[in-house]
Design a binder for this molecule. Structure first.
Ligand code: FES
Length: 105
């Protein structure tokens, strides 16, 4: 696992907002959760829907394709109940105001 800088600054993030970017070839979405950055994959774990067209609200992301809902903090599928599918999440850190993410090599 290595840390990589995203092109996103902490000051650009907002609760219930999202910014998409690519880091090391991976499409991801960044948002703010309880004042801290959170990052997750832009592809829905259900059927690879584009979560960039989804909606972030109160710590959840709703996929626009089939309406599945995921908890951004834990990655759990909230709707429908499915313990087998998880949202791909990335650990985050803030360095000098910039958001960094941890990615497996
Ligand atoms: S592709 Fe996202 S809910 Fe089906």
């Amino acid at each position: 696992m290595d840390w990589y800088a995203t092109p996103v600054k902490l000051s650009e993030l907002s609760e219930n907002g999202m910014i998409d970017c690519r880091v090391q070839g991976r499409g991801m979405i960044l948002t703010l959760l309880d004042g801290k950055p959170a990052a997750f994959a832009a592809l829905c774990p259900h059927a690879a829907g584009d979560l960039r067209r989804g909606e972030v609200y109160r710590g959840r992301i709703d996929c626009p394709v089939h309406g599945w809902r995921f908890d951004i903090k834990s990655g759990r599928t909230l709707y429908p109940a499915d313990e087998n599918l998880r949202l791909k999440r990335y650990e985050t850190e803030v360095k000098d105001g910039e958001v960094w993410v941890q990615i497996a090599k």
